[in-house]
Design a protein around this ligand. Structure first.
Ligand code: UN1
Length: 497
């Protein structure tokens, strides 16, 4: 029996007006059909936007602490169903169960954290320059928010966007990645069950070209929050510009771990394995570059290669598996293409390098953990985001050179340093041009209550998560109350001493 899933528009689960559907399969086992989902069109998107626009009139006036009560309830439901949600997610997108549990946990954390903002959303109260005048700033909701999310964190990333949007009093049209509609539906069902009123959260599944574009050009949509590739982010930005939407973009990364000569090498190896091959390298925070001081280069590389080669690749539902498949045939092809590019560029293949397609791997999109050694910083494998289990190891002669190499890419999401020298750790914290930085830990592992995002081609100056997310989903309103009963002209009439 193939379950057919619907869109959620105005509180009702409905099929696409197109009458078209698409099938989604397990990337670890192509014979396993996850479900059948609506292949929506611009007409479905327009109906969802209209529902969200109408619901906004009511939702914006619900007191924020009341809105938050529903979110606390949603967080509880997510926590109660964590295991089932994680299993669905592993089947749907492949990462191992520990990681999908972490993904759901991140959504729980974000929902609790943001629900707390229902009683904060602090503004400023400042003295006025005039007598008998009161001055303050308050946050106001913006309106309908289009939420466009990727497949690598199918519940965490939607929660980073939808929950702050809701606590601020906005309404939402959510278009999840085509490859992970089930986790999106699971998430939205919980919001519905928690009591979020009809029309406040709408869900439309389908392709970016059909649904996404319609959201970007709609005048009624006032905020777009997008996580995905830099290439698509540029299109989002251009499409949304004529209607002056607030646009929040979270895009590519080519994150670096720098290992200094005084580093705890065992710890660094652990960090590189987790940072490079966690989620099969399919994180925007993945440690896809490792820059190592020449004094410890050999020693590090030997250990790193031995450990990577021993990783067990397989179905993420199997407790013995340490690394799951790539999400799709297309993503696996990209990995294979970059391995070929690396060889042609003259990098030394130190481990892996092949897709796995026999035995237990026959029906999935598996690839060996792959390490290129003696990579030059300018090579394409060290410059371009691969989004797969491929790590480039680059030798360096000094801290200064490591920083130059580390910063020498178009992206600026996350970076890390392994060193015992506190002076160097602080210098690197200052010198790395990234939005996230770690000391003696890999480039992945951000927590929900600090800002998440990056510099250069990774972002457009905004941050999600933390209270920074409130800036994306609210507008500042400055309010002046004059209780002097006379006209007082700012900057012209001066108050007496
Ligand atoms: C992403 O890579 O798209 O810091 C998000 C991390 C996770 C989130 C990653 N908490 O790696």
């Amino acid at each position: 029996m193939r379950t057919v899933y619907s869109n959620l528009i105005d509180g009702t689960w409905v099929p696409s007006v197109s009458g078209n559907v698409f099938e989604n399969r397990n990337p670890a086992d192509d014979a396993d059909v996850i479900g059948v989902f609506q292949k929506s069109t611009a007409a479905d998107a327009a109906r969802a936007v209209d529902a969200a626009r109408r619901a906004f009139a009511h939702w914006r006036l619900v007191p924020a602490p009341k809105r938050a009560e529903l979110l606390f309830r949603a967080a509880q439901l997510l926590a109660e169903r964590k295991e089932a949600l994680a299993r669905d997610m592993t089947r749907e997108m492949g990462k191992v169960l520990d990681e999908t549990r972490g993904d759901v946990q991140e959504a729980i954390d974000m929902t609790y954290f943001m629900a707390g903002e229902g009683r904060r959303q602090y503004g400023q109260t400042v003295p006025s320059e005039l007598r008998d005048k009161f001055a303050m700033s308050i946050r106001q909701p913006v309106g309908v928010c289009a939420i466009i999310t990727p497949w690598n964190f199918p519940m965490a990333i939607p929660s980073w966007k939808i929950i702050p949007a809701l606590v601020c009093g906005n309404t939402v049209v959510f278009k999840p990645a085509t490859l992970t509609p089930l986790s999106a539906i699971n998430f939205v069902k919980i919001l519905e069950e928690a009591g979020i009123p009809p029309g406040v959260v709408n869900l439309v599944t389908g392709g970016g070209g059909d649904v996404g574009n319609a959201l970007l050009v709609s005048d009624a949509v006032r905020v777009v929050s997008f996580t995905g590739s830099t290439e698509v982010g540029r299109i989002v930005s251009e499409q949304a510009a004529p209607s002056f939407k607030k646009v929040h973009l979270e895009m590519g990364g080519k994150n670096v771990i720098m290992i200094m000569e005084d580093a705890n090498l065992e710890l660094a190896v652990e960090g590189c394995l987790w940072g490079g091959f966690g989620t099969s390298g399919q994180r925007c925070t993945a440690a896809s570059r490792v820059v190592v001081h020449e004094k410890v280069y050999r020693q590090f590389l030997d250990q790193f290669v031995a450990r990577a080669a021993a990783l067990r690749v397989g179905d993420g539902l199997d407790p013995a598996t340490q690394m799951g498949p790539s999400i799709s045939r297309g993503q696996l092809d990209t990995v294979i293409k970059y391995v070929e590019i690396g060889r042609q560029e003259g990098a030394r293949l130190a481990c892996g390098g092949h897709a796995l397609s026999s035995g237990a791997h026959a029906r999935g999109f598996f690839h060996e953990p792959t390490i290129f050694a003696d990579v030059a910083a300018s090579m394409r494998i060290a410059q371009e985001e691969i989004f797969g289990p491929v790590v480039s190891v680059i030798p360096c002669r000094s801290y200064e050179q490591a920083v130059t190499i580390g910063n020498g890419v178009q992206y600026g999401l996350s970076a890390s340093i392994y060193t015992q020298d506190v002076n160097r750790a602080f210098a690197a914290m200052r010198d790395m041009d990234t939005g996230i930085f770690y000391v003696n830990a890999p480039t992945i592992g951000a927590e929900v209550h600090l800002p998440f995002g990056g510099t250069k081609s990774t972002g457009n100056g905004h941050r999600e998560a933390g209270t920074a997310a409130l800036d994306v989903f609210s507008e500042w309103k400055s309010v002046y109350v004059d209780f002097s009963s006379k006209l007082q002209r700012a900057q012209i009439d001066t108050a007496d001493l």
